[in-house]
Design a protein around this ligand. Structure first.
Ligand SMILES: [Zn+2]
Length: 324
């Protein structure tokens, strides 16, 4: 693309900013107990406000839905994705435009949610999603690309605001190094990107630093009631304390569940990628990657042991391998 073509391309992108991606999406079902129950089971959420057994005793006086379920009410089933090649809405049209210009990769980068009130049984959720922002072209660890942010506003049956969610993706050009790796071009391989770094913020940077410094798998521990928690977060859910230290995990555990990822392939990772949730011996759960194991040999209950992996650029990350 020369300068002029790029200008025209970017103008075409900008035309999407502020556009609703389609008509409002109305939840297929009103807020209901079975969906709340399923969601709580899947998430391990046991607060009585979300159960018909205990909700009457809570300040809500009736069953309410977990606020973080907000998007679940308007999510489409997988069957809705048939015929995905044809853009179905403005967001897909925008993504197709980027894909055809060579920005073929896509990564979800961050999301933010805000809740205005608890949903009660019978509420009907309606959502309108708008393309909120498209960044300048950026150079990232994954390749050059554009960050596209959408904003979804949720309302109830009276048009009262329930909350909103912003979601940002990076549409990027997989770097030439990645393509060279497939063709065996040694000179180009050395420029292949390494793994994208996980976000390390105020609440979890210490965790990554401890791995880097001490080659251990840390688990956060409440400094007051001693309860363990993972992933790292600012407050103890047992006693409310914000004071914490950590313990070094034994590194032993079992595979709670897993999925084998073939596609989309993100630069810096090996595929097929066996993504696992580990039940650590200490009782916490952790998302990680299984290494030194064929995907077909992974199974639920597989005993695993941690291995602190070091990327070529020195970045350390805990993986697991079959134990013994
Ligand atoms: Zn505590």
């Amino acid at each position: 693309m020369n300068e002029e073509q790029k200008k025209a391309f970017e103008a075409e992108l900008r035309a999407y900013v502020g556009k609703a991606i389609g008509p409002p999406v109305v939840a297929r079902d009103p807020v209901n107990l079975p969906m709340i129950r399923q969601w709580c089971d899947a998430m391990g959420e046991t607060h009585p406000a979300y159960s018909d057994e205990g909700a009457g005793e809570t300040l809500h006086g009736q069953v309410v839905a977990p606020p973080t379920m907000l998007q679940a009410w308007i999510m489409e089933g997988w069957a809705m994705h048939e015929g995905y090649d044809e853009p179905r809405d403005e967001q897909h049209r925008l993504h197709k435009l980027l894909t055809e210009a060579g920005y073929t990769g896509v990564l979800g980068t961050n999301t933010e949610e805000h809740y205005d009130r608890y949903l009660k049984l019978g509420d009907v959720v309606t959502a309108v999603t708008t393309i909120d922002e498209i960044s300048e072209e950026k150079a990232t660890g994954a390749g050059i690309g554009y960050f596209v942010t959408t904003r979804t506003v949720f309302e109830d049956q009276e048009g009262e605001s329930l909350g909103w969610m912003s979601f940002r993706v990076l549409k990027f050009k997989p770097p030439a190094g990645q393509q060279a790796a497939a063709s065996g071009d040694e000179a180009a391989i050395s420029t292949a990107p390494t793994r994208m770094k996980p976000p390390a913020g105020h609440d979890n940077a210490w965790w990554w630093q401890k791995i880097a410094d001490e080659d251990v798998l840390p688990i956060q521990r409440c400094a007051d009631c001693q309860k363990l928690r993972h992933p790292p977060r600012p407050m103890c859910d047992a006693c409310g304390s914000q004071r914490f230290d950590s313990v070094a995990a034994s590194g032993r555990g079992t595979v709670h569940t897993f999925t084998v990822i073939h596609y989309p392939q993100v630069p810096g990772y090996d595929y097929p990628l066996v993504s696992i949730i580990v039940d650590l011996e200490e009782g916490e759960r952790m998302v990680s990657t299984l290494v030194d194991c064929k995907p077909e040999d992974c199974r639920i209950g597989l005993p695993v042991a941690v291995v602190i992996h070091e990327d070529e650029d020195g970045f350390k990350i805990p993986f697991f391998r079959p134990a013994g």
